[in-house]
Write a protein that binds this ligand. Structure first.
Ligand code: SF4
Length: 334
């Protein structure tokens, strides 16, 4: 019989590791796929090879990274099943990921898809009814197997064909983690990441910030999302977006995000935050951005005083001398 291959939705968390391992135990080859967007696991794009070797060495799982930012942004504008507590479209996020991995099945000659979902574990996307909705809307009825809770789910084709034996799979449900921790120990997995976390759409502060910008008429690009996730942010009166670094690492990140059309701000004679102004082509936005840079710059012995800010614009470099922005104005722009 030819080799049976499963494609796995992989998040790097314990449940997805276990889902891969229990299917491998049934002599099935598992190819894990970790989807990334600027909202989650974005950093993996810069270290794909290291990450793949790390996961292989640590968990004996073959993983590859796929960027799904573009379809994700389209979905996020209007998710048919709505948002969760914050800006997290969990049900549509899962539907999108399952749909995307389904498109990869032919490429890998895969017979089915697995995921680490556990019925009852998450309030939105892992309820019994929503798990059915995910299958239905991704058109993966019969080919989506959740190995950690399959015994309480409908039979899938690989089970009907005798390729996967559900009696050898665990039967987890609910929010408790003790079963997963026990199974991990049995499989010799003793070091794994904490559950959840890592998705900024479910972060109380960052999700609010993102939602505010998604409500404007502007089409948001992947570079814009990366911009919006760094430093202090201000929305200026003429439509400019301003990011200010709060520490050296953020200043470097902000400098690296500089793209054509942006304005880069730095104080000339005193240390201060690096500022990046995007979509800010009005001179009043330049002045306000400069005043904010001075406001968060290093104070002199005499308290807040005027300073010169050097601005690298799309077609010229210029300077503005300004007093610091008043706190109440800064608060109003955040
Ligand atoms: S928390 Fe984020 S990554 Fe996880 S399902 Fe929800 S939207 Fe998707």
């Amino acid at each position: 019989m030819s080799e049976i291959i499963a494609l796995a939705l992989f998040s790097g968390g314990l449940d997805s590791i276990l889902a891969c391992r229990v299917i491998q135990e049934q002599n099935i080859r598992v190819q894990a796929v970790q989807f990334v967007t600027p909202f989650f696991h974005d950093d993996l794009l810069q270290q794909e090879d290291e990450y793949r070797s790390y996961i292989k060495k640590k968990y004996d799982i073959d993983v590859l990274i796929r960027d799904i930012t573009l379809p994700y942004l389209t979905m996020l504008e209007n998710p048919p099943h709505g948002y969760g507590k914050y800006f997290n479209p969990c049900i549509d996020c899962k539907i999108l990921m399952v749909s995307e991995i389904k498109k990869m099945m032919a490429e890998f000659d895969a017979s089915f898809i697995i995921s680490g979902e556990v019925v009852g574990q998450r309030p939105m996307s892992q309820r019994k009814d929503t798990m059915r909705v995910i299958e239905r809307d991704s058109n993966t009825d019969l080919i989506l197997l959740r190995p950690l809770c399959a015994r309480s789910q409908k039979l899938t084709q690989v089970e009907l064909d005798g390729i996967v034996d559900r009696n050898q799979l665990p039967d987890f449900s609910g929010r408790g983690r003790s079963g997963q921790i026990r199974l991990a120990t049995e499989l010799g997995i003793c070091d794994y990441p904490n559950p959840a976390g890592g998705c900024v759409l479910a972060d109380p502060v960052l999700s609010k910030r993102l939602q505010k910008y998604f409500k404007t008429d502007r089409k948001i690009s992947p570079e814009d999302i990366r911009f919006l996730l760094v430093g202090r942010q201000f929305l200026l009166p003429h439509g400019g977006w301003l990011a200010l670094g709060r520490k050296q690492q953020e200043n470097s990140k902000i400098t690296a995000l500089h793209q054509s059309g942006d304005y880069l701000f730095n104080m000339k004679n005193r240390p201060g935050p690096t500022g990046l102004l995007r979509y800010g082509h009005h001179p009043d936005d330049w002045k306000l951005a400069a005043a904010l840079v001075v406001r968060y710059g290093k104070k002199t012995e005499n308290g807040p005083t005027a300073a010169v800010v050097c601005i690298e614009g799309p077609d010229k470099v210029f300077e503005i001398k300004t007093d610091p922005c008043r706190d109440e104005i800064g608060q109003w722009l955040r």
